[in-house]
Design a protein around this ligand. Structure first.
Ligand SMILES: C[S@@+](CC[C@H](N)C(=O)[O-])C[C@H]1O[C@@H](n2cnc3c(N)ncnc32)[C@H](O)[C@@H]1O
Length: 299
């Protein structure tokens, strides 16, 4: 069967024509332009079998990225499966904002990603520095990432290795817990990045069925108002201030949120750390997405 005929057969069944093109690109290893020009190309039998299996999964509601087992994020291909959240385009804003600030500081930094999932945030930042020819060892820049889920961490480690990033240490545990000993010792300034679960019960309830069916609930839901994880992270940071490590260095935080949480989370941060400098950033659709906040070391 030729590609044109195959498309004619499947297109009426699909909601988005683009998804069929993406699957053809993926299975045949061709670019979007090549697929558009390949209507007369004969498909091999095994290609048809693979495509039909994937299309049946798509029709059953499985997200395309899980079917292909990968997702483009910040220009790189990340492996994903049902153990990790599919990286979202809005998280690229966090990379832009944090990356810009990291590039301005560039010495003696500890970059920490809490709730790393597929590793997309920390790996993208490490790659950004590499692409600019910046040596992390010469500039004393270290990367750490944590996740509570061992299967997510396995995927993050796999992505780091496939993408040629060896600078990140991935640790299992609750938020900052696995890092406490390291944080107590370091004299570096800290970048604390987090895209933690932040959906409230109501938002989670109204989320698309395929998200609820396929993506891990533990990566999405965070209590009644969606802020349980961030509140606990603030508590751990407060304990860090009381035990001393947080006071000895600057800390720069970039946390992704759901738009309606901006005032609540900003309020929680200000209540916990009255001296924090807090700024909120919007996405391209003008919805609040990132809370950036910082505290300077006390001399
Ligand atoms: C919203 S997902 C984000 C994944 C990834 N950072 C991204 O941007 O796509 C949240 C991640 O936090 C992890 N997580 C949930 N509870 C956690 C906890 N108590 N400590 C550390 N990680 C946690 C989940 O396993 C999940 O991988």
């Amino acid at each position: 069967m030729r590609i044109g005929e195959f498309k004619k057969r499947w297109l009426p069944k699909l909601k988005e024509a683009r998804e069929l093109d993406l699957l053809l690109e993926f299975v045949l290893g061709k670019s979007a332009e090549e697929i558009v020009l390949s209507n007369n190309l004969l498909l091999k039998k095994e290609e048809i079998v693979t495509l039909e299996r994937m299309l049946s999964e798509l029709l059953a509601g499985k997200p395309l990225d899980y079917i292909m087992g990968e997702r483009y994020f910040y220009g790189e291909r990340f492996k994903v499966d049902e153990s990790t959240l599919i990286p979202r385009p809005e998280t690229e804003i966090l990379i832009e904002l944090a990356g810009e600030k990291i590039l301005r500081q560039l010495r003696d930094l500890l970059v920490v990603d809490i709730g790393t999932g597929s590793g997309n945030i920390v790996i993208s930042l490490a790659k950004m520095l590499k692409k600019q020819g910046i040596s992390c060892s010469e500039n004393n820049i270290k990367f750490l990432a944590t996740d509570i889920s061992p299967v997510a961490l396995a995927m993050a480690r796999k992505n780091a290795s496939l993408l040629g990033v060896s600078e990140v240490d991935f640790l299992k545990g609750d938020l900052l817990k696995p890092l406490e000993a390291i944080l107590a010792k370091t004299s570096a300034n800290i970048f604390l990045l987090a895209n933690l679960p932040y959906l409230s019960e109501v938002v989670y309830h109204n989320t698309a069925p395929k998200v609820k069916k396929y993506e891990p609930r533990s990566a999405l839901l965070s209590g009644r108002d969606g802020l349980d994880h961030y509140r606990r992270l603030l508590k751990q940071l407060k304990a860090g201030e009381q035990s001393g490590w947080l006071r000895k260095r600057n800390i720069y935080c970039f946390w992704e949120i759901s738009p309606e949480q901006k005032d609540n989370l900003t309020g929680e941060i200000a209540k916990t750390f009255p001296k924090a400098e807090i700024v909120a950033h919007r996405d391209l659709a003008k919805r609040w997405r990132i809370i950036e906040w910082a505290m300077k070391a006390k001399s």
